[in-house]
Ligand binder design. Structure first.
Ligand SMILES: Cc1ncc(COP(=O)(O)O)c(C=O)c1O
Length: 447
């Protein structure tokens, strides 16, 4: 698979690097290092092909080192390494913004660029907060998130996020934030294929918070349309529709955090398109450049943008931006990625592959200690019973065992999360679940 790529050797000093979201001491005793990648595979430092079951971190949607994106990046960096987007501009960033807008539903037409998804989330929250005073409702300062949500690691994102470990050591975070309940309830929706039938009423938890805080104090509600990092929770049927209704009724902005779901993961340009529900703001990242260069964005309705376009014309309308908002090389990667999604029919491909993915995933149901299986689009999860008294250990050891067998997997505690590159063939999916099944059996109890 990677015969044209020679290993370039492993680093000889592991000590300096502090790895993110990694048990560093364990890693350094048994490092898992890759040196190159192409398509569906990485090449490990010890010369093995490693199949990618998670598109990196839900991001390498077109597979690794896609020739068209690589070429655009190489050409882009050689043409324009950098240009500011504060008070100036460059052609690629405008091109990408119009291309993104053209793929978004309804009047989601205005695009603000960031780098990672976490910045997209913080940017969306800031736009939402700044929007209300700009239209004379400055009392709307509260933000509502959801339990178990992942919205990145900025202070805004962890405040509205609901994953305990990401929050507990970072102080009080943003004030005025509250959370609705999450949608997983294994008594009612275990082993659902796609969207659960049960659970639309859980959206009414937002009405509870409206009663508690008064909706006129709430600026925005943010949710992942499909919760990803917590272990793939597809929204119950009717749930997002209900959230949309409640937000509209009370004048609260609805933000879809589509950092994972935008650009093909669900077989469409966005979850909003697949579900037929238009949020007021949408975040995206990852698939926007198919991970070749970091880039994120917030897309907002025309009316939100226009609300800011007031006052003297020489005065900045939104005091916000990053040095690298709309970096030319990232923008080149973005345009090439969006071209490729269309040219290669990637979204249609995902829709065609989804039933096979679902079947292969749910075939793991009777393996020892499998507690639940969930899927939507090319997102899937297998939740395993933890080893007694050792939450997370089974998942961690299973991830290592997969890597030893040539498969890179993503885990959240004792849950496998799958999000293969969207170029996957059926045979890749079969191989993924063959290895995973073996490992689930092997790791049924502590060795
Ligand atoms: C829904 C969601 N929002 C935000 C983020 C943060 O993105 P990043 O890691 O690029 O900052 C992620 C990352 O996985 C995500 O899944």
């Amino acid at each position: 698979m990677l015969e044209d790529q020679e290993p370039t050797g492993a680093p000889n000093d592991l000590e300096s690097l502090w790895l993110p979201f990694t048990p560093n001491r364990q890693f350094k005793t048994n490092p898992r290092i890759v040196v190159s990648a192409k398509g569906m595979h990485y090449r490990s430092h010890d010369g093995r092909d490693i199949l990618d079951s998670s598109a990196g971190l839900w991001c390498a949607n077109l597979g690794h080192c896609h020739p068209k994106v690589v070429e655009a990046v190489q050409k882009g960096v050689a043409t324009l390494d950098f240009a500011p987007t504060f008070q100036f501009g460059h052609s690629k960033v405008f091109e990408l913004a119009s291309r993104v807008a053209a793929e978004m539903p309804d009047d989601l037409n205005r695009v603000f660029f960031t780098n990672p998804g976490s910045e997209a989330v913080d940017t969306a929250l800031k736009i939402a907060l700044a929007y209300h005073p700009a239209r004379g409702e400055g009392q709307r300062t509260r933000l509502i998130g959801r339990e178990r949500a992942y919205h990145g690691v900025g202070f805004g994102g962890i405040s509205v996020g609901g994953m305990v470990a990401n929050r507990r050591t970072y102080g009080p975070m943003l004030p005025g934030v509250d959370h609705i309940r999450h949608t997983l309830d294994l008594e009612h929706n275990a082993f659902t294929r796609g969207q659960p039938e049960w659970g639309a009423h859980l959206a009414d938890d937002l009405e509870r918070l409206c009663l508690l805080h008064d909706p006129s104090t709430i600026a925005a509600v943010i949710v992942e349309p499909v919760a990803g990092s917590v272990g793939v929770y597809p929204p119950p049927k009717g749930y997002l529709e209900r959230l949309r209704e409640i937000c509209t009724k009370h004048g609260m902005l609805l933000i879809f955090d589509e950092v994972i779901t935008a650009w093909g993961r669900l077989g469409y340009a966005s979850a909003a398109e697949r579900m037929g529900i238009t949020p007021d703001l949408m975040t995206m990242a990852k698939g926007l450049t198919s991970a070749h260069v970091p880039m994120g964005a917030v897309v907002v309705r025309d009316s939100i943008y226009e609300t800011f376009m007031k006052g003297p014309e020489h005065v900045i309308e939104l005091f916000h931006g990053y040095t690298y908002s709309g970096h030319p090389v990232a923008a080149a990667a973005g345009v090439a990625s969006l071209d490729t999604y269309r040219e290669e029919g990637i979204f249609e491909r995902v829709r065609a592959l989804e039933p096979h993915f679902e079947d292969a995933l749910h075939a793991c149901r009777d393996l020892p200690g499998v507690k639940d299986i969930r899927n939507f689009g090319l997102m899937g999860a297998i939740e395993m019973e933890p080893w007694p008294g050792q939450p997370g250990k089974r998942g961690f050891e299973s991830m290592i065992a997969c890597y030893e067998r040539g498969l890179m997997t993503r885990i959240a505690m004792d849950t496998f999360e799958f999000s293969p590159p969207l170029i996957a063939e059926r045979a890749h999916l079969d191989q993924i679940f063959e290895i995973v099944s073996e490992v689930i059996r092997d790791k049924a109890s502590p060795s």
